[in-house]
Design a protein around this ligand. Structure first.
Ligand SMILES: C[S@@+](CC[C@H](N)C(=O)[O-])C[C@H]1O[C@@H](n2cnc3c(N)ncnc32)[C@H](O)[C@@H]1O
Length: 226
């Protein structure tokens, strides 16, 4: 099925949030990083400004800046309205109000939009739909990240997750996934299955992190080659 922009809801986080979600220390920022399902996050743009190395992978990168901007503008009010209707499902300590949430997310997505064409030409934004094999060689990256893509979209199923993780672990020495909750804010039913399938080849850890916006969403899954 072709990837349609009209069915996606672009929503992007920033570097500070990525640092907290993935326990990224200063030394981690110097690693070769690939971020899968990176969407309109400003992580790549901000990291590039710091002269760090990030490649973002997402099928939305086939669209133009104008198309992505239009889709972001079409959907932002819907997402904010949905969040407003579910205030009790979130933790309002770091981000204090719905208005602050909208400001932070729009700032991140605008930063992404400003960087997008330049980054595409530099092959920092790669149009690619997982779980298809990427063009990257084995162990091209030290670290692979998935923020609000794997596990959250648990309806993609075990086979999709196994195939995507197998490809990510082919090109990365370590993979970190945040959060480990599904869209119902419960620990994804896939976590136990993935551990069962992958624990003979990888060290798998559930790590507490200093980020919690979705209630109880303060853990990441970390997989490292043995
Ligand atoms: C909720 S957004 C998260 C964006 C960003 N990682 C963040 O946390 O701010 C999920 C992203 O996953 C992407 N996605 C969906 N299916 C994908 C696939 N098969 N392969 C790669 N990315 C995919 C979507 O296009 C979307 O940009």
């Amino acid at each position: 099925m072709p990837f349609e922009l009209s069915t996606t809801v672009p929503w992007g986080r920033n570097l500070n949030e990525y640092r907290a979600m993935f326990n990224l220390r200063d030394e981690d920022l110097n690693k070769r990083i690939v971020s899968v399902g990176d969407g309109p996050a400003s992580f790549n743009a901000e990291m590039t400004q710091l002269r760090k190395n990030v490649v973002s992978i997402d099928p939305i990168y086939k669209f133009s800046t104008a198309e992505l901007r239009q889709r972001i503008m079409e959907t932002k009010d819907v997402v904010i309205e949905q969040t407003k209707n579910n205030l009790q499902k979130f933790v309002w300590t770091k981000i204090k109000t719905i208005e602050e949430l909208a400001t932070i997310r729009l700032a991140a997505m605008n930063h992404f939009l400003e960087d997008f064409e330049k980054g595409k030409r530099a092959f920092r934004y790669v149009d690619h739909e997982m779980p298809a094999r990427t063009a990257f060689g084995n162990a091209s990256f030290d670290l692979g990240l998935s923020s609000h893509f794997l596990l959250l979209y648990s309806q993609l199923g075990l086979d999709f997750h196994l195939a995507t993780l197998t490809e990510m672990l082919r090109i990365c020495n370590q993979v970190r996934i945040f959060p480990i909750l599904n869209l119902n804010a419960e620990q994804s039913e896939l976590v136990a299955d993935l551990i069962k399938h992958l624990e003979s080849d990888f060290i798998i850890e559930i790590v507490n992190v200093d980020y919690e916006f979705q209630k109880n969403g303060n853990q990441m899954l970390q997989l490292t080659h043995k």
